[in-house]
Design a protein around this ligand. Structure first.
Ligand SMILES: Cc1cc2nc3c(=O)[nH]c(=O)nc-3n(C[C@H](O)[C@H](O)[C@H](O)COP(=O)(O)O)c2cc1C
Length: 192
């Protein structure tokens, strides 16, 4: 095990990138709405450093609405090929505009147009309505760089608990739980 859960997660992610055939950066994110109702969806982990785990999304989406009223969040990464799981709990905060701009600029042009066209999580009458919006924004941004939509950005999950799970023989799995206390990480093992 590493000296911090972030270093450990980075190491496992690197192995997953080599061995997991599909979407090694896929991560589930659970949020809770103002009534206490949890909801869960997959996102892609697009940034990882000592500050936390970053994913990008539409700020009009259900998850973003939840995070505005309750920034507490739980995430889970699972790599079937490695028989490993990582659970993360913490608080989500918006990334800086500069960070979101830089990531948005790195995306394929069609994804950038798609970000403008999608009113993520709002009702859609039919596929044609989406296609019309895609055509409209493709025309608007026919030439030159596509700017980041003001309603699209990233969230950084600042962790306070990270658990690593690795499959063991006869269900005697290896579990290591990291907890942040007074700014310092400590780890202990858990029964499987
Ligand atoms: C593998 C995978 C990766 C995804 N990555 C993202 C992502 O990075 N950002 C995002 O907003 N939605 C992503 N989605 C779609 C979300 O799961 C979800 O449908 C969408 O964000 C709307 O969620 P919400 O209504 O809870 O806000 C992904 C879905 C899958 C299956």
């Amino acid at each position: 095990m590493s000296s911090s859960p972030i270093a450990q997660l980075a190491a496992w992610l690197k192995e997953a990138e080599a061995r997991e055939p599909s979407e090694p950066a896929a991560m589930s994110v659970a949020t809770v709405d103002e009534h206490g109702q949890p909801s869960l969806r997959m996102v892609l982990l697009r940034g990882l450093d000592e500050r936390g785990l970053v994913f990008y999304t539409n700020l009009g989406s259900r998850k973003a609405a939840d995070l505005r009223v309750n920034p507490r969040v739980a995430c889970c990464l699972h790599w079937k090929s490695l028989a490993r799981q990582v659970r993360v709990e913490g608080q989500a905060e918006l990334v800086s505009d500069a960070e979101a701009d830089a990531y948005f600029a790195s995306r394929p042009r069609d994804s950038q147009i798609g970000a403008w066209a999608s009113k993520q999580s709002q009702p859609l009458a039919g596929r044609f309505d989406l296609e019309k919006r895609v055509a409209r924004y493709a025309a608007t941004y026919l030439v030159g760089a596509v700017p980041r939509p003001p309603f699209w950005s990233g969230f950084r999950v600042v962790p306070n608990r990270v658990e690593f799970w690795e499959e063991g023989h006869f269900r005697l799995h290896e579990r290591t739980n990291w907890v942040l206390d007074d700014g310092a990480w400590s780890s202990h093992k858990l029964f499987p």
